[in-house]
Design a protein around this ligand. Sequence first.
Ligand code: PAF
Length: 279
Amino acid sequence: MLVVRSAGALRAARSESAAPVGFVPTMGYLHEGHLSLVHAARAECRMVVASIFVNPTQFAPGEDFERYPRDEPHDLALLEGAGVDLVFVPPVEELYSPGDTTRVTVSALSHMLEGARRPGHFDGVATVVAKLFHIVRPDRAYFGQKDAQQLAVIRHMTRDLLLPVTVVGCPTVREPDGLACSSRNVYLSAEQRAQAVALSGGLRAAEAAFAAGERDAEVLRRVARAPIEARPLASIDYLSLADAELLTEIQGRVTGPVLLSMAVAFGATHLLDNTTLRP
Ligand code: PAF
């Protein structure tokens, strides 16, 4: 496995003859969720490229950019073990030259849900993914369904900018008790970690109600909220039942595929989870 730190070295190492090239962009501190993306890329592509880059522009001032967990040696060992061919680990200056001001905005999808909670976040995500796609030139790129809004933003950005990349969404990987894998889970205290199971509990409860025929959007939201509201350390940032494509909130009855998504705070840590309900 080759580790490169500059765009020039990446371009030189990316073999033209090894198509399709699969790409797994990450911010490091890897867990099973990231490795499932690598496995999917490995199964479908001749060359697998991963990146490790904690992207400053997707963190607002006061968020956890400085304290975001980092462990490059461990990440590289995991990527090598998973069969990655090439890893791009750029310093910040390699992606953001002095005076960099250009941002990519996917306007229709960036201002609700996570975008309302974290203004500017998706501009940072779309911008860095566009830069990484431009440098790596992958045929296929892999993202987790756990960050459903991010996946929607990246799909739209790729389509709108005519980028020749197939964006692949991969299922959320969970801990044995149902908590979605996330690099931020390490921030949780033991008590918070025990109560964090309520997110997937809310999703499963809503899925069960939906399977039993419930189609009232407000009732489904209420069913999903109940297990979380029962946990004293959990505070719901938002809980949304929205059109799966447009991310607009559903009023009344559910008739097409909907995304049930939530962000829940445990102290300063905000956890995300979601599921798609299909009539
Ligand atoms: O999901 C992440 O880890 C990041 O948002 C991404 C897509 C690597 C962009 O920095």
